[in-house]
Design a protein around this ligand. Structure first.
Ligand code: GLU
Length: 441
């Protein structure tokens, strides 16, 4: 049975980069009728905030990425302590007492000598007395996992065959001096105990994966299938890391992006398949194939979300926007006609209110100097509302007859006088919605 998880740390709002991870894990589970776990990685009590846990849930719900259950690392600390004991008992866990400054100095020295900054295991073979002495002087140490210095190999679902030399990686710190369990250990324990079969995450985790494979094996777990997706860049290939803060899912929602626009884009971006709008997540899951994703950085342009959003809205039935129309003040009896006209002319739902405002209160007329007389004459011929779908045809025919104008010279000044714009929906369809014509005075 396939089990996947999305494991955000609740230290901020989730953004488009996180969404890619969440979506891929979600789709793998759904495609195979498996389980999708939302795992809150909250072992850092200082940086983890309950408001972010709530926000992450809201964002996933908005997108329809429903989870089968929630797990919280902060409620599983006893499990991690047990695993730590097990590693200690196996001689794979050792206490170190260097200060951050000392470690930093070591790294700088190694780099100066052209060596990779790998921890030198200086504390590995301390005697019990030496440890006691250091502990007395410096307090509790931090704990490192002792890597087997061999090559760690796996076939990555996206990157293919990978081989990492454990000797080129520092023994990872799993427990800090203050007792805080770090993600690397917690994640391994959770993945093993929760029967996680597939892990998709960003390629910034590749080295973690190498060390975690050794930890999983040491703890007697089954190594899941790993896949590491490339990181997102901006449209010009520039790093997105600094801008991700402005690409939070809630900001996109606020800006009016439709969830299926975001999902349709993210499910295909960076893969060999074209982006296609999908009606729902089941359809997305059906066509999802992680092997089609490439290892190259994936270019993401937030502006691509708006044409997709507009296309989705063009197809959206009235029932799905009824609440938005109500909120904008569109009367029930006009809702049908209003939506049929307006949905072709909006980019996001946020544009709905503006259109109703225009119809309900009329637009400030735009009248070019050379059209002043013409428009004034035409307005005397426009009957009082309410209008219907014949109004425009009848009126313009009469105006044409009276003024001799035709074509664009006839229609455009009238459109601009009535709507204040030189483009928009068919005027024949606009008239029945128009409650007020300001140009009529
Ligand atoms: N909490 C980790 C992160 O947000 C999870 C990584 C993983 O998927 O294992 O980076």
């Amino acid at each position: 049975m396939t089990t996947t998880r999305f494991a955000p740390s609740p230290t901020g709002y989730i953004h488009v980069g996180n969404l890619r991870t969440a979506l891929m894990n979600y789709l793998i589970a759904r495609k195979s009728g498996g389980t999708f776990i939302l795992r809150i990685d909250d072992t850092d009590p200082e940086r983890s905030k309950e408001e972010y846990v709530d926000a992450i849930k809201q964002d996933l719900e908005w997108l329809g990425l429903h989870w089968d259950r929630v797990e919280r690392q902060s409620l599983r600390l006893d499990r991690y302590a047990e695993a730590a004991d097990k590693l200690r008992g196996m001689g794979r866990f050792y206490e170190c007492f260097e200060t951050p400054t000392e470690l930093d100095l070591k790294r700088k020295k190694q780099l100066n000598m052209g060596k990779p900054p790998v921890y030198d295991r200086a504390m590995l073979n301390l005697s019990a007395e030496e440890k006691d002495k250091l502990r007395a002087e410096r307090g509790d140490g931090h704990w490192r996992f002792l890597l087997d210095q061999e090559r760690i190999e796996w076939t990555d679902g996206i990157l293919g065959d990978l081989s990492i030399d454990a000797a080129s990686v520092s023994d990872p710190v799993l427990i800090r001096g203050d007792g805080q369990v770090l993600y690397t250990l917690a994640s391994v324990v959770d993945d093993t105990e929760m029967g996680v079969t597939n892990v998709v995450r960003g390629s910034d985790h590749v080295t973690n994966t190498a060390t975690q494979i050794q930890m999983i094996e040491a703890l007697g777990g089954t190594v899941p299938a790993f896949a590491h997706h490339s990181l997102l860049t901006g449209p010009q290939g520039e790093a997105l890391s600094k801008r991700l803060g402005t690409l939070a899912l809630r900001d996109l929602r606020e800006a009016g992006v439709e969830p299926m626009a975001l999902i349709s884009l993210m499910a295909r971006l960076g893969s060999s398949d074209p982006v296609e709008i999908r009606a729902n997540l089941d359809e997305v899951a059906e066509g999802f194939d992680i092997t089609k994703f490439g290892s190259a950085p994936t270019k993401f342009d937030v502006d691509d979300l708006y044409p997709l959003t507009a296309r989705i809205l063009h197809e959206t039935p009235l029932s799905d926007v009824a609440a938005d129309l109500k909120a904008a003040g569109v009367p029930d009896e006009l809702a049908d006609k209003f939506w049929a006209v307006v949905r072709e002319n909006i980019t996001t739902r946020k544009d709905i209110a503006g259109w109703w405002e225009l119809f309900a209160n009329g637009a400030d007329p735009v009248i070019d100097d050379e059209d002043k007389e013409f428009v004034a004459q035409a307005m005397t011929m426009l009957p009082d509302g309410p209008y219907d779908s014949d109004t425009w045809g009848n009126w313009t025919a009469a105006v044409k007859e009276a003024t001799g104008r035709k074509g664009r010279g006839l229609f455009m000044p009238l459109r601009k006088a009535l709507t204040g714009q030189s483009h928009g929906p068919d005027m024949k369809d606009v008239m029945p919605l128009l409650q007020v014509v300001k140009a009529k005075g």
